[in-house]
Ligand binder design. Structure first.
Ligand code: NAI
Ligand code: MG
Length: 493
């Protein structure tokens, strides 16, 4: 295994009003490579005061100057230029993303491709935002104007760092908003490299600002700030609830994508090979650090034992390795904190259920936050490992008797982000589609996500939708305009 030359440890600042600036306190925090546990960058930690500067810059850019005067066509062109920059720099960005998150380089390349596609999509959508004309019963014209919601605070998780930033920035720019983006403190690097291009593509200073730091300081300051009109958040349900409470004080619009405990349901009549693969892919892709991970694998009793055996056999051969190796299928978890969280759930799982494979640290690695792909079976749906989001490569396999039983177990969760069903019976497939309470249901697949289609949760997986026209809606206000066409006085007084 050849290890590529180590890049120099860079220092990054905050990007505020078109300038790279240190934190007002001078504080920085280290960013790690989770496969080596070495520091790969130091990043300025924004204080509440720095967040205030960023919000004021965004506010000023939104309220006056060149940005409010841009046309929808202008904004579309800016988004296409950003997409082009990303495509040109895809190898560099993918490598940086892989290094910083621990995800396999091949997956990081897909992610960065999706980032570019996201900017292209919203580049095309920017000038297709239409208002309506309403048939009010008066000699008048009543119509709507669609206007940007204002300054958006965007709080990003560490599992798909630049992609989650793109899902929020691209529609916001298309709408004409100004943004303050706060990347996850574990993985800010690709967003910071991206910020280098903002000026060059023609975004006026202050339209997009990037502040770094912890959720508790930088994130919380953004949510509480009266100059912010909307918060878009992807992350844990715990923090989602904190955000809603804090945002209530200034009645901000809030959209939340909070992950889940998604059911992946297998009937005996499913295509066998595709099903076994789909069960593994659904839960182990990106080390299981996926909001829509199919972490509850529901299997019809008729095939249950054979299915657990087949999954286990394949899982034992998943290639763990250095993130930058092209044949790596699973890298380390993102951080020590996540490693501790996931391994502690593995200990809980060993007590709550039977272990088919895995259950701890991947011992072949001397350093790095590597854990084994883990399958627990005979899991009761009331077990903690079946109810709580683990966000690592931990599958819980649950048997079910029949269709009604499957639906009951699938929906017995506080979450509702995603679900999947595997069967060749279209009647059964669509009955399940209609019965499952979640924002996306896959039939005979799990995980494909495209920018054209909506993404978001039911229940405690959050509210609001990203991607497609739905994602743009979340950055728009609706203004009604009433134009009287009748010149005769009202005659009321
Ligand atoms: P987190 O929810 O704490 O962090 C996500 C983002 O929110 C980060 O940018 C963080 O700095 C920010 N944040 C944290 N506290 C905040 C606060 N009080 N106010 C404003 N922003 C705040 O997630 P964490 O701690 O990294 O991971 C914990 C668990 O969250 C994971 O095990 C997983 O279950 C879940 N998670 C879900 C994600 C999803 O895609 N839905 C992504 C990341 C984590
Ligand atoms: Mg946290």
């Amino acid at each position: 295994m050849s290890s590529p030359a180590k890049p120099a440890v860079k220092t990054y600042q905050n990007y505020i009003n078109g300038q790279w600036v240190s934190s007002s306190t001078g504080e920085t925090f280290p960013v790690f490579d989770p496969s080596t546990e070495e520091v790969i960058a130091n990043v300025a930690a924004a204080s509440a005061g720095d967040v205030d500067k960023a919000v004021k810059a965004a506010r000023a850019a939104f309220d006056s100057g060149p940005w409010p005067a841009t046309t929808a066509q202008d904004r579309g062109r800016i988004l296409f230029k950003l997409a082009e920059k990303i495509r040109q720099n895809q190898p560099i960005l993918a490598e940086l993303e892989s290094r910083n998150t621990g995800k396999p380089i091949v997956e990081a390349e897909y992610d960065i491709g999706d980032v570019a596609t996201c900017f292209e999509y919203y580049g095309g959508l920017a000038n297709k935002v239409n208002g309506s004309v309403m048939p009010v019963p008066a000699n008048a014209l009543s119509f709507t104007l669609r206007e940007p919601v204002g300054v958006a605070g965007q709080i990003i998780p560490w599992n798909y760092p630049l992609l989650m930033a793109a899902w929020k920035l691209a529609p916001a720019i298309a709408a004409g908003c100004a943004c303050v983006l706060k990347p996850a403190e574990q993985t800010p690097l690709t967003a910071l490299e991206f910020a280098n291009w903002l000026e060059e593509v023609g975004l006026p200073p202050g339209v997009v600002n990037v502040v770094n730091g912890t959720g508790e300081i930088a994130g919380a300051a953004l949510v509480a700030h009266p100059g912010v009109d909307k918060i878009a958040f992807t992350g844990s349900a715990v923090v989602g609830k904190i955000i809603v409470k804090s945002a209530a004080d200034t009645l901000k619009r809030v959209t939340l994508e909070l992950g889940g405990k998604s059911p992946n349901v297998f009937f005996a009549d499913a295509d066998w090979e595709a099903a076994v693969d789909g069960a593994l892919f659904g839960v182990f892709i990106n080390q299981g650090e996926v909001c829509s991970a199919g972490s509850r694998i529901l299997v019809e009793k008729k095939i249950y034992s054979k299915f657990v055996d087949a999954m286990t056999e394949k899982a034992k051969h998943i290639k763990l390795g250095a993130p930058l190796d092209r044949d790596t299928k699973m890298g380390p978890l993102v951080s020590r904190e996540q490693y501790d969280r996931v391994t502690s759930y593995m200990e809980i799982g060993k007590k709550e259920a039977k272990t088919a494979t895995g259950g701890g640290r991947a011992k072949a690695f001397g350093k790095g936050f590597y854990v084994e792909p883990t399958i627990f079976y005979d899991v009761d749906n009331t077990a903690r490992i079946a109810r709580e989001e683990i966000f690592g490569p931990v599958a819980t396999v649950i048997p079910f008797e029949n269709e009604a039983d499957a639906i009951k177990i699938a929906n017995d969760t506080p979450y509702g982000l995603a679900g999947a069903v595997w069967t060749r019976d279209i009647f059964k497939a669509f009955r399940i589609v209609k019965s499952m309470r979640a924002g996306i249901i896959w039939v005979n697949h799990m995980q494909p996500t495209y920018v054209e289609a909506p993404w978001g949760g039911y229940k405690q997986s959050g509210f609001g939708r990203e991607l497609g026209p739905w994602g743009l809606e979340e950055y728009l206000e609706t203004k009604q305009v009433y134009v009287n066409l009748d010149e005769t006085p009202i005659g009321w007084y």
